[in-house]
Write a protein that binds this ligand. Structure first.
Ligand SMILES: CC(C)(COP(=O)(O)OP(=O)(O)OC[C@H]1O[C@@H](n2cnc3c(N)ncnc32)[C@H](O)[C@@H]1OP(=O)(O)O)[C@@H](O)C(=O)NCCC(=O)NCCS
Length: 135
């Protein structure tokens, strides 16, 4: 597996992969703007774009805004490797995760993230976010 910064040529494959997750109902143009504005690392597995993480970098912390691994390539350590590209952390790293998303919550816990709060109805009616922090 190769992990590298994304390039503009990755845009269509990233959009296709993002749509497979069923998360964040973006318009494609908005997704493209996020790619331009934030830091994105991609994981390439056997020549295929298998996963990506999109990070917002601010003065005093970072946020995981999007993280996705293609269902074909899950449970092979790709998400963990993508997040570990940020290690050693230079500042605290935060993520919001839907409190029913046990796959992602397990992932963040194994990396040392701690739950620090919640956001009620963050994803819509009766869909709550757990806020997690590392460091
Ligand atoms: C969550 C997601 C990114 C995990 O990607 P992945 O590459 O399969 O995860 P990894 O293989 O790196 O898993 C690392 C650890 O996370 C936990 N984990 C990941 N998927 C899990 C699952 N389906 N069930 C239980 N634990 C899981 C495990 O502790 C795992 O370690 P292990 O395989 O040694 O037991 C992937 O399932 C995904 O894209 N889901 C849809 C999008 C999403 O929910 N993104 C996160 C939004 S905050």
């Amino acid at each position: 597996m190769v992990i590298r910064p994304h390039t503009p040529d990755d845009g269509p494959a990233l959009w296709t992969l993002h749509q497979k997750t069923g998360l964040s109902p973006f318009h494609q143009s908005e997704f493209g703007n996020w790619l331009k504005q934030h830091i994105t690392w991609v994981a390439v597995w056997q020549g295929n774009l298998a996963g990506f993480v999109l990070i917002q970098d601010t003065l005093d912390h970072q946020d995981v805004l999007l993280l996705a691994v293609d269902p074909l390539y899950r449970r092979q350590g790709i998400a963990r490797s993508l997040l570990q590209t940020l290690f050693p952390l230079k500042k605290p790293l935060f993520v919001e995760v839907e409190d029913t998303n046990t796959d992602a919550m397990n992932l963040y816990q194994t990396l040392g993230f701690q739950p620090i709060g919640g956001r009620h109805n963050y994803y819509g009616p009766s869909r709550h976010a757990l806020v997690m922090r590392l460091q």
